[in-house]
Design a protein around this ligand. Structure first.
Ligand SMILES: [Zn+2]
Length: 425
């Protein structure tokens, strides 16, 4: 909410703030508007969007002047791990849970200050307290969409090591996924996840790089198990996000009816057709695959994990290129899994452009399409009347150079729900 002395005397939806910008990109992919004005109401919502020459700015409104700057929707990271600060097993063993949680609060603030106003955590916290803390203003962070995970024995997220040790979670010790095998067990696990208030159930329908006991092209779960999880989620108005790198795991996820497929490293033509026909979202997480293949030494990866990176990277970027050309609905998610990656979320847009998207397509992926993938498009993702005022103002034109979105010195205004968290204007 805007905090001005004037708001007390205004009707609830009256505009109290006008942002005048040289260029406006609304996130929907159409023509951008030169010399635009956005009016923000004191309810934290966008009241109007349009050309400055046609805008009626109510007298007494606060005005932010941003000539030569671009205003666009706040960006999304549709696949992030806010509790992950290292892949090194040894490093993680020296981090007490309380420190990890406090570190997470710092990462959330860093992420918001990088222009990310909505973040979908692809399983991290063990309860929804982080979301509540952000909503209550106890900590600064993006709007949070949270997933709780279910894992099968021996699959991704199972932290079993041959020494006969089971660590609570392979990628962060604050949380444990539910473990379940067989339809009745996964129904119970799904219900246990949902009663905790998560927005998504996360499953893994193929193996992955960082788990000790699987390979990326392994399939996980039976179709009956997957369909039972999807049913339980949809019965409560929720949805399933599926980690899937191998080709068959991707197809199984789509056939079972998941909402979004994460990674999608090994896509053949049939898989791409299935995405298009079913309208399933793809979150290709180019950032993590690029970083793993080009900067492997920056990750504390074990030997078993290093050997799997090559298998993934070989196909990943070509899969994105083909999916993009075929019109698959693609959202922007980084899969940030190390402290040094957190807060660099807009790099995903640079990589999308490198592998075939235009800057406008990358922005739409990181705003409108990501809002759909995160199921918050009724209130965020585009600059339209009635949506929450989640927006950023950047110095320059990201349609000319999308990498400016990564430069925090160029992020002049970061607003979420009508409240400014960064304002250098
Ligand atoms: Zn992930």
């Amino acid at each position: 909410m805007l905090n001005t002395t004037r708001e007390k005397t205004r009707p609830r939806s009256a505009a109290v703030l006008a942002i005048k910008a040289g260029l406006l990109i609304d996130g929907k992919g159409g023509q951008s508007i030169r010399n635009a004005v956005i009016l923000v109401g004191n309810d934290g919502k966008i009241a109007s969007v349009g050309e400055a020459s046609k805008a009626a700015i109510p007298s007494g409104s606060d005005v932010i002047e941003a000539p030569g700057k671009t205003v666009l929707p706040g960006l999304f990271d549709a696949h992030c791990h806010m509790l992950m600060i290292s892949q090194s097993l040894e490093k993680r063993l020296f981090v007490p849970n309380s420190l990890e949680i406090l570190k997470c609060a710092e990462i959330l603030k860093r992420t918001l200050h990088a222009g990310i106003t909505t973040l979908r955590d692809a399983c991290g916290p063990n309860d929804v307290g982080f979301r509540q803390a952000v909503e209550m203003g106890i900590i600064e962070g993006p709007r949070l969409v949270l997933a709780g995970a279910i894992a099968q024995t021996g699959g991704h997220l199972d932290g079993y090591y041959p020494r006969d040790i089971e660590l609570p979670f392979s990628e962060g010790f604050t949380v444990s996924p539910e473990f379940a095998d067989g339809v009745p067990a996964v129904q119970l696990a799904a219900r246990r996840i949902l009663r905790k208030g998560f927005d998504f159930i996360k499953v893994c329908t193929s193996g992955v790089i960082t788990s000790p006991s699987d390979l990326p092209d392994y399939t996980e779960w039976t179709m009956d198990e997957l369909k039972a999880i999807v049913y339980e989620a949809s019965a409560r108005g929720k949805a399933v996000m599926a980690h899937a790198e191998g080709n068959q795991g991707i197809k199984n996820a789509i056939l079972a009816g998941v909402w979004s497929v994460e990674h999608g490293s090994m896509l053949d033509d049939e898989a791409i057709r299935m995405f298009v026909e079913r309208g399933t979202y793809l979150v290709p997480t180019l950032t993590v695959v690029d970083a793993l293949s080009n900067q492997p030494d920056k990750f504390g990866l074990s030997e078993f994990a290093r050997s799997k990176v090559e298998i993934i990277a070989r196909n990943h970027f070509e899969s994105f290129r083909k999916a993009a050309a075929a019109g698959v609905k693609i959202a922007a998610g980084t899969d940030n899994i190390e402290d040094w990656m957190q807060g660099r979320n807009a790099r995903e847009l640079e990589l999308m452009v490198r592998y075939g998207y235009t800057p406008m397509q990358a922005i739409v992926a990181a705003t409108k399409v990501s809002a759909e993938a995160c199921r918050v498009n009724n209130r965020a993702g585009t600059l339209e009347p009635g949506k929450q005022a989640d927006l950023i103002v950047v110095d320059g034109n990201p349609l000319d150079d999308v990498t400016i979105l990564q430069d925090q010195s160029k992020l002049l205004l970061i607003m979420k729900d009508g409240k400014s968290y960064v304002n250098k204007l």
